[in-house]
Design a protein around this ligand. Structure first.
Ligand code: G1P
Length: 300
C-alpha cells in the first residue's frame, strides 16, 4: 500500500462512471445520455468535473459505452462554434462553451458491457499514470454541495492512509438503495472509521443509516480488489464489495460525513429538484421562477 505524504496531492485523476443505460430517463435517453441532461443550462457531468477540478484533479477518465462517447466528447473544444461566437461578440456564451474543455483533460475508458459499478471503475485502470497512488471516483448521479468534501477526504487520507469515502444520513426506509457503512467514531466529529460496508441491504440487515454518497478517494489497491470480487447485489460487480474486501484485509477505510445538500440526478424527481435549486440561485431566472412557483403552489 502506498503512503501519501503531506506534500503530494491526494489525487490527480478522477474517474466518472457514465456507461449506464439511463432507463429512468427513457424515452429521452434513447438519444441523449443522461449525463448530458442540463441542470438549468449545464450538463450534470460538467458540474461533477468542476468539483473534481476544484479539488485538484487534472484528468477526468469518463468510463462509458461505445454508443455514449458524446459524454466525453462534450469536453472537447469546438473551434468553429467558438470562433463564430467570438466574431459575433457573444463573450458570455463563449465562456460557457469553453468552460468544460478548459476545466480538465477528459479522456474515455470504454466499458463494453454493463457489469456493474465495480467493473466500470476497473475499466479505467489502464488509463492511470504510474504515479496515481490514489484516484477519486465521482458518480455523476450525485451532486454533493457545497463543494469541498473531496478536499476533506484528501485530508483524511493524509492522516489515516488507505481509502476515504463520503457518507450521508438517509431515512431508515431508504437504506436498500445505497451502500451502507458500519462505523466507529474517531476523534474528529465528521470522520468515522469503517468496519464494514454492504451494498443495498434490507432495512433489517442495515448496520447504520450512513450511506455512500457517490464520492470515493480510493487507494490504488482497489483495482486489485476489484479483480477478486464476485458479482453481488443485482448480480453486478459492486464497488462496495471491493471496499469491503479491502477492509477485511485491514486496509484502512474512513468516511467523511457530509452535512450539506445531496441531489440525486439519477431519477426525474431528484433531477427536477436539483434543477429548481440551481435555477432559484440564478440571478437572471431565479426571481421570476420563485414568484411563479409560489403562485403555482398556491393554485394546486
Ligand atoms: C451506487 C453505489 C451505492 C451508492 C450510490 C450513491 O448505487 O453502488 O453504494 O450508495 O451509488 O448514489 P446506484 O445508485 O448506482 O444503484
Amino acid at each position: 500500500m502506498s503512503s501519501p505524504t503531506s506534500t503530494s496531492p491526494a489525487f490527480r485523476t478522477a474517474i466518472v462512471p457514465a456507461a449506464g443505460l439511463g432507463t429512468r430517463f427513457l424515452p429521452t435517453t434513447k438519444a441523449v445520455p443522461k449525463e448530458l441532461l442540463p441542470v438549468v443550462d449545464t450538463p450534470g457531468i460538467e458540474l461533477v468535473a468542476e468539483e473534481a477540478a476544484e479539488a485538484g484533479a487534472e484528468r477526468l477518465v469518463v468510463v462509458t459505452s461505445p454508443d455514449k462517447r458524446s459524454v466525453a466528447e462534450y469536453f472537447q473544444h469546438q473551434p468553429e462554434l467558438e470562433s463564430t461566437l467570438a466574431e459575433r461578440g457573444k463573450d458570455r456564451l463563449l465562456d460557457k462553451v469553453r468552460r468544460g474543455p478548459d476545466l480538465i483533460n477528459a479522456e474515455i475508458a470504454l466499458q463494453e458491457r454493463a457489469l456493474g459499478l465495480g467493473h466500470a471503475v476497473g475499466c479505467a485502470e489502464p488509463n492511470l499514470a504510474p504515479t496515481d497512488d490514489a484516484v477519486a471516483v465521482l458518480l455523476p448521479d450525485d451532486l454533493v454541495l457545497p463543494h469541498g468534501v473531496l478536499g476533506r477526504m484528501a485530508e483524511t487520507r493524509r492522516r489515516f492512509g488507505g481509502s476515504v469515502l463520503c457518507a450521508f444520513d438517509v431515512p431508515a426506509d431508504s437504506v436498500s438503495s445505497y451502500g451502507i457503512f458500519d462505523v466507529d467514531d474517531t476523534d474528529e466529529n465528521d470522520v468515522k472509521r469503517v468496519r464494514g460496508m454492504v451494498e443495498k441491504p434490507a432495512p433489517d440487515r442495515a448496520p447504520s443509516r450512513l450511506a455512500a454518497a457517490g464520492r470515493y478517494l480510493l487507494d490504488r489497491a482497489v483495482f486489485d480488489a476489484l479483480r477478486r470480487i464476485d458479482p453481488g447485489a443485482g448480480g453486478e460487480l459492486q464497488l462496495t464489495d471491493a471496499v469491503a474486501l479491502l477492509i477485511s484485509e485491514d486496509h484502512p477505510v474512513h468516511v467523511v460525513v457530509h452535512s450539506g445538500v445531496r441531489h440525486d440526478l439519477g431519477n426525474p424527481g431528484g433531477f427536477l429538484k436539483a434543477a429548481v435549486d440551481f435555477a432559484l440561485k440564478d440571478s437572471e431566472i431565479g426571481p421570476d421562477l420563485r414568484d411563479w412557483l409560489v403562485e403555482r403552489i398556491g393554485r394546486s
